[in-house]
Design a protein around this ligand. Structure first.
Ligand SMILES: Cc1cc2nc3c(=O)[nH]c(=O)nc-3n(C[C@H](O)[C@H](O)[C@H](O)COP(=O)(O)OP(=O)(O)OC[C@H]3O[C@@H](n4cnc5c(N)ncnc54)[C@H](O)[C@@H]3O)c2cc1C
Ligand code: FES
Length: 359
């Protein structure tokens, strides 16, 4: 937008547009005009996987507003949609296309969670022309500026999205080193980006692709498998993303190696041990139950409550609630906190003993 953009972002215009903000007015004229916010129009919907009886997977190509600042491969965005006219719901999806510059088109790829609100709607209902609300790109699960000579990507299911973005970016940048790409899917029919991976397998590009289907008899990930197929794997920088059992197997192999970087789509499973004692009280709802050691969000849902949430991974803060008593453990970092009257994100907080939270 150039000068017009600078003008629209000025304090004077913000004061005139108060209290709604200039973007509310621009959106009314044209949903693709924005001074600060990021929105994107869907320009293509592509079914990646459609196995009868299984949740489909689709890739949406998005044309963002000029406010999009670009992304680094591996980052994600918060996507907000108004499903069936309801209040906007926001969820997190990784950008699956190669790294983008300001204003560039990019893609997100998602599996339609049959119990979910947003992914199902995006895969089954969203159409070319639909406008989505976005955040800027977020996340630290990215390649370093100087990419090492040999990198390893390990993924499972829809966890392929960030590492596919990295591999696509490296190919685009004509990376001269080696890439080892290991992916686990239920079956060849469930393979996301199958054609492109097949093409890479055939043409090489310095990339070893291993597509594995343990449910059909392929070996699960283990140090012995890595030894055989990825010589020197312990010393190679590795990026891994996928379901909890795969990530636990990767962690089992690499231990606390600094070469391993992990992206979780869901919080890791909590090993409660003796910690799951006491009672959890959801004070606003007047509901209480025995502490199961799961996150407070999951415990509330198990008791029939429906607290607000967005990412379920501690990213968006929409689940923040006041804890008035007790100790909670952050399931991502393992850190505990016992401060009274503290705001916590219930999606990543697991109570250690008795706990009272304003939900
Ligand atoms: C950093 C990051 C990147 C991601 N990237 C991708 C990606 O590229 N592709 C992709 O497919 N996914 C990705 N995800 C995962 C995706 O964000 C989640 O699967 C998200 O929950 C999908 O939103 P949804 O609205 O479809 O489902 P949601 O409505 O969020 O439901 C998700 C699950 O929450 C539970 N739940 C919800 N409400 C209740 C309730 N009231 N009671 C009990 N249980 C309930 C259910 O188990 C349901 O299956 C990513 C997640 C993160 C954190
Ligand atoms: S739901 Fe996003 S921080 Fe908890």
């Amino acid at each position: 937008m150039g000068i017009a953009g600078a003008l629209l972002r000025s304090k004077a215009v913000a004061a005139l547009a108060s209290p709604h903000g200039v973007d509310r007015y621009l959106e009314l004229v044209n949903p693709m005009w924005a001074a600060e916010e990021v929105r994107a129009r869907i320009v293509d919907v592509h079914r990646e996987v459609d196995v009868p009886g299984h949740p489909p997977v689709a890739t949406l190509t998005l044309q963002p507003t000029s406010t999009w600042r670009g992304h680094r491969a591996g980052q994600h965005v918060q996507v907000g949609v108004e499903v069936e006219g309801a209040r906007r719901t926001t969820r997190v999806f990784t950008i699956s296309s190669n790294d983008s510059r300001p204003g560039d088109r990019f893609q997100i790829t998602m599996r339609a969670n049959p119990d979910g609100v947003v992914s199902k709607w995006l895969v089954e209902k969203a159409q070319v022309g639909t406008v989505l609300h976005l955040s800027q790109a977020l996340g630290e699960f990215v390649l370093p500026d100087r990419v090492p000579e040999h990198v390893v990507f390990i993924s499972g299911g829809s966890g392929i999205t960030p590492v596919m973005s990295m591999m696509r970016s490296l190919h685009r940048r004509t990376h001269r080193g080696r890439i080892t790409f290991i992916h686990y899917a239920q079956s060849p029919e469930h393979q996301i980006f199958a054609e492109e991976l097949d093409e890479i397998c055939r043409s090489g590009f310095g990339t070893d692709v291993h597509l594995l289907h343990p449910e059909l008899g392929d070996p699960a990930l283990s140090p012995a498998w890595l030894e055989r197929h990825v010589p020197g794997w312990q010393d190679l920088p590795t990026w891994a993303c996928g379901p909890a059992p795969l990530i636990e197997a990767v962690q089992g192999a690499y231990g606390d190696s600094p070469e391993l970087r992990i992206e979780w789509f869901k919080p890791p499973r909590v090993a409660t041990g003796d910690a799951a004692e006491g009672e959890v009280v959801f004070s606003r709802s007047g509901v209480q139950g025995e502490n199961t050691g799961a996150s407070l969000l999951e415990q509330a849902e198990a008791l029939g409550l429906a607290p607000e949430f967005g990412c379920r991974m501690g990213i968006c803060f929409s689940c923040t609630a006041r804890k008035s008593e007790g100790t909670v453990r952050n399931v991502l970092t393992g850190e505990t906190s016992s401060l009274p009257d503290e705001d916590i994100r219930v999606c990543v907080s697991s109570p250690v003993g008795d706990c009272v939270v304003d939900v």
